[in-house]
Design a protein around this ligand. Sequence first.
Ligand code: C2O
Ligand code: CU
Length: 489
Amino acid sequence: MSDDARFDDPETQPSRRRFLSQLAAGGALALAGCGRRQVMPSTEDAPALELRAARFSGAPDGRTKEIWGYNGQLPGPTIRAKEGDTLRVNVVNELGVPTTVHWHGMYQKGTWRMDGVENVSGLPILQDESFLYEFKAEPAGTHWYHSHAGVQYANGLFGPLIVEERTPIAAYDRDEVLLINDWFLQPADTLLAHLLDGKGMGQMDMKDVKGVKDVGDIPFQSGLINGKGRAPGDTKSPLTVIEVKKGETVRLRLINGSSTYYFRFQIDGLPLTIIASDGAPVIPAEVDNLVLAIGETYDVLIKADLDGPRWIRAVTLDGNEVLAVLRPKDSQAGEPEMDPVRWGPRHVTAEALRAREPADLSTQPREMPILLGGSMRPYRWSINGAYYLTPEAAPFVIQNGEHIRMKLTNPTDMDHPFHLHGHDFHVLGPAARLNMRDPARKNTINVPAKGEVVIQWLANNPGRWFFHCHIEWHLMAGMARIINLKPYH
Ligand code: C2O
Ligand code: CU
């Protein structure tokens, strides 16, 4: 193995820090273990936030199950910071198995070891140990955090991460986070095992995907909005209710924290003005609904002009519905009438969004073709014919300062939401019509089934990064790759 170090190279591993009580008391950071370059002297006195990862029981969709979550909440607590501030989050692991936290969307400029990808950024946090994540809150916008160890986040280990802009990107009265996720009764490891052995699981037999576009490898069960939902047949479990004052403008911060399903989002009869995606501001675009691929975030403004409650709908691409309620403040009304969704005509894809600033794009980038592949039996998903964690899946090696253009080609029958760590990329669109002028900046992009998308980014953040499909099962079945962006220390 060359110096493109693999995850078993001890030289590339951070020492595991033990979080000692002095820290909470504002004292010096105490470090255990050895290793160079691990000390990040802190000049700030802000106390660290604490996230305690543990198992607890709950029935978020009316069905009791063991949740893996943070601080006993589902989703985990919303973390808020001001753009440019240092975030310090002490993660205590009481799960009984190793874990990590990844700060989805954070650049981690110069702090790639804080990126929280199991065996890529560093070793996971062992049971009963803790780790202090410390990094700059940038870029601004709507982001999220989640476990990046195995398929753990599908059990509930996720939460919103909001970085408030120093310079406002829109005028609004207040904001609300709506974190949407799919939800399964079975533990994530069980679901993964059944996908991998291809046997299905009784009433959950794997889908036959021949000939039809497949929108999710595991049959849909239910979904949650801010931790509340209803399993099929349940008409009583509480839903999330957002109360709005007449005439106010609310910034909704939409996050798809799913493992398996995309959601089309709509609030009946209420236009959504998109102002940002994956944190980055875009030229405002008014739509009736939009699709959130897994891992994506959208910021939309709504003008609250309601005389009664409205459904907030998140619907899978095969029609399964997850609901919440938007309600005028002080109204006595309960839920709106149940009626099937009627989609408004206006929508937009990420490729059509335009950045507010013209992009400074190299016209002679290094081309890196990315070919996706996969099959349901055996259950395997690949990048350029290689499966992550096999020797063939050698890390991509990129030098600091290179302009990278990736044409992602997807001959499979499924959409794949691709996510890049440590950077944003510009979404140029399909190869035949590249937007070289003002493409949106994102960190997660849908690569459509039987389709393609071209992205371009400036590799300016040395480190060991991850690039992968954000469908958890695909990542674990091989659709991921390490990027060694050199020189890193
Ligand atoms: Cu949302 Cu590799 O992460
Ligand atoms: Cu995928």
